[in-house]
Structures are given as C-alpha cells and as structure tokens.
Design a protein around this ligand. Structure first.
Ligand SMILES: NC(=O)c1ccc[n+]([C@@H]2O[C@H](COP(=O)([O-])OP(=O)(O)OC[C@H]3O[C@@H](n4cnc5c(N)ncnc54)[C@H](OP(=O)(O)O)[C@@H]3O)[C@@H](O)[C@H]2O)c1
Length: 337
C-alpha cells in the first residue's frame, strides 16, 4: 500500500524521524563478540556513510572485507583498517555508472579466486534530476538498480558467490549458505507501480526526485524478492537474500541536493538521524545471525520486522522485471559493441 507521506524531501525526512519512535516486533543486534572469522564480504559504496560503517563493523569481527568503491581508493580502506585494527581490508574499483566497470570488478575477483560469503548491495545515489549514463540509461535507475542487478547476477553466474543454482559450486553446509543483503528504503512504499515498459528511461526533476528514489527501491526490492525465490528449492536455500531499510541515517546521501536544501537537511540529519555505525547493526544481524540460517526473503525496517510492500511479491511483475532488466542490459552492451 503506497504511503503518500514520502513524496517530498521534507515529508520523507519527517516520516523517517517518526519511524525512530515506531514500535513493532524487533530483533536483537549481534553482540560485538560475535565473530565472522573466515568470512569474505563485498560491500558496494563502502567509502561513505552506512557502507563505511558496515566495513568497520565486519572488519572488527574478523571478516575479510572487500570495499567496492568508485573513489577514495586506497584512503577509505586504510581508514577502515586503522579504525577496525584489521589487516583484512581490500578495496576494489567499482563505478555503477559504467557497466564495463562491473565486468572488470567481477573479473578481478574471479582472477583472485575470491569467494564471497556476504554481499551488501549498499551503493546508491539520490539525484536532484535525471541524467543519462554513457550506456544511455537513466543514472539513478542504473546505479540504484540495474547495475546492481547485473553485478549480483554476475557474481552468482561466475560462482564468485558460491551457489548451485547458476554456478554449480555451492556445496556449503546449510548453516553457512552465502547471504545477499539489499540496502533499501521504506520510501519504496510511497512509490508508483513499476512501469516495465518505461524502465531505464524515465525522467524526473527536483520536485519528483524523492519519488523516483523510492521508485528504484521498489524495483530493487521486487528483484531481491524474485532472486530469493530463484535461489531456493522446496528442500533447501542455496543463497539467502534479505532486504533492509536502515531508517534515517546521518550520511552523505543528499550530497547532490541544491545548497540551501542540503544545509537544511544536513541540520535535520545531525539532530535526528542515527549514526551510520548504529544503523549498520541490524544490517550485520541480517547478514550473520544464526537464527536466520534457514530463512530467506526477510525485510527489516531498522530493527523492526516488517513485510515489504505487497506489490514486490507480484509474480507476474517479478518475471517481467527480470526479463526487462536482462533486455536493457543486452541492449546497453549491444550499443557499446
Ligand atoms: N541515509 C539515509 O537516511 C538512508 C535511508 C534509507 C536508505 N538508505 C540507503 O543506504 C544506502 C547507503 O547510503 P548512505 O546513506 O550511506 O549514503 P552515502 O554516504 O552517500 O553512501 C552511498 C554510497 O554509494 C556510493 N555510490 C553512489 N554512486 C555510485 C556509483 N555510481 N558507483 C559506485 N558507488 C556509488 C557512494 O560513493 P561516492 O562517495 O563516490 O558517491 C557512497 O559510497 C543506500 O542504498 C541508501 O539508499 C539511506
């Protein structure tokens, strides 16, 4: 059911503040003593905000952390290593504006024989107006959804995330199946329905940008839910897929907003939004909690258990979205050749 309160930057922020005080069935984050030694994690957009905090948290727990970023290489990685005290932090270049960069990132991981246990699809942009990538696709659609669809599917198809469904290399213990975590937003509830035909080419301006930010989250959630379905059989889960809205977090997500709006929002962020390290805790829970070993397709709103918008579960839309996303990628690669 669409929530009309999330349709402008201000109402989205006020709704986010209200969410901090909302009650519901909650999870208990993992204690700092919970270890992830031997696990390999890949986090997109890990040089800033929530992604950076996640990198620190996972590194402190002993995991090997791959920070997939488009800039601040190696400074952001050095900072994570310093704060966490870990020597298991690596950076890898990934710019989701360029699909060839996704290919290079996967090839590098494959060449290094990396096996990812935990993937965090975290990177996203909040643009003030639509613009187009060199592949001819609208940028927020590509960065916040399509390149992530491509990256995730490539990691699965190449067996970089071990799995039986696509790569036949996933013979792991049932309690150690890889997990894929999508960082979403409850703004997906306010979104219009998915327009399969227009996907990739819709335009927006400052007045409608927040709606399109939420729109690409409902698109992403729909893909995440379909992926969860494809990565399981009636008998077993091959790879778990979970989705989370971290709630309002004091990060750099509004860095492209006009100056005055940015200053006003930054003040609200500082006063009311939670810190990235606090917001990272339920994300780590989704990625590692033993009680989720036999579960997939869970949705959290910060620490509260919820269902994602019911429209994400429509099997016909899910199928059509997958086909359209594959077709958009094929067209983008054909154009490039
Ligand atoms: N902050 C909130 O209140 C809030 C609420 C709900 C959901 N979220 C979600 O939380 C996630 C993390 O965002 P954040 O709040 O931590 O914001 P952030 O500080 O701006 O972090 C976003 C990350 O995504 C990266 N990114 C953007 N475009 C990219 C591209 N083309 N290629 C590769 N990386 C790219 C950014 O890299 P650069 O530094 O190079 O731009 C940055 O590392 C996002 O999915 C966001 O939608 C945030």
């Amino acid at each position: 059911m669409a929530n009309p309160n999330l349709k402008s930057p201000l109402t989205a922020i006020l709704s986010g503040v209200g969410e901090i005080f909302r009650q519901g069935e909650t999870i208990t984050p993992l204690p700092p003593s919970f270890r992830l030694d031997g696990k390999q994690c890949l986090i997109t957009g890990a040089n800033s905000g929530l992604g950076f905090a996640l990198a620190v948290d996972l590194a402190k727990r002993g995991a090997k952390v791959w920070m997939a970023c488009r800039r601040q290489i190696p400074e952001a990685g050095n900072q994570v290593a310093k704060i966490s005290g870990s020597n298991l932090v690596e950076m890898i270049h990934l710019d989701l504006i360029d699909l060839a960069s996704v290919d290079r990132c996967c090839e590098e991981l494959k060449a290094k024989n990396v096996q990812i246990d935990l993937l965090f699809n975290n990177a996203a942009a909040a643009l003030p107006a639509s613009r187009f990538t060199k592949q001819g696709l609208e940028e927020m659609c590509q960065v916040n959804y399509l390149a992530m669809f491509y990256l995730t599917n490539q990691l699965l198809e190449k067996g970089i995330i071990p799995n039986q469904t696509y790569a036949q290399n996933g013979l792991v213990e049932p309690n150690e199946v890889p997990r894929i975590i999508f960082i979403s937003s409850d703004t997906h509830r306010s979104s219009k329905d998915i327009d399969i035909d227009a996907l990739g080419y819709e335009t927006y301006d400052f007045r409608t940008a927040v709606q399109f930010y939420g729109y690409y989250k409902i698109v992403m959630n729909t893909y995440a839910s379909e992926l969860a379905q494809r990565l399981r059989t009636a008998e077993k889960i091959d790879v778990s897929v979970h989705t989370i809205c971290p709630g309002p977090v004091n990060t750099n997500i509004i860095k492209e907003a006009p100056w005055l709006v940015r200053m006003l929002m930054k003040l609200l962020f500082l006063l009311f939004f939670r810190s990235p390290s606090k917001a990272a805790k339920p994300v780590v829970y989704l990625a590692a909690a033993p009680e989720l070993n036999q579960q997939t397709d869970r949705y959290l709103h910060y620490i509260t258990k919820k269902a994602m918008d019911e429209r994400c579960k429509n099997p016909e839309i899910r199928q059509k979205l997958w086909e359209k996303s594959s077709a958009l990628l094929a067209a983008a690669f054909a154009k490039k050749a």
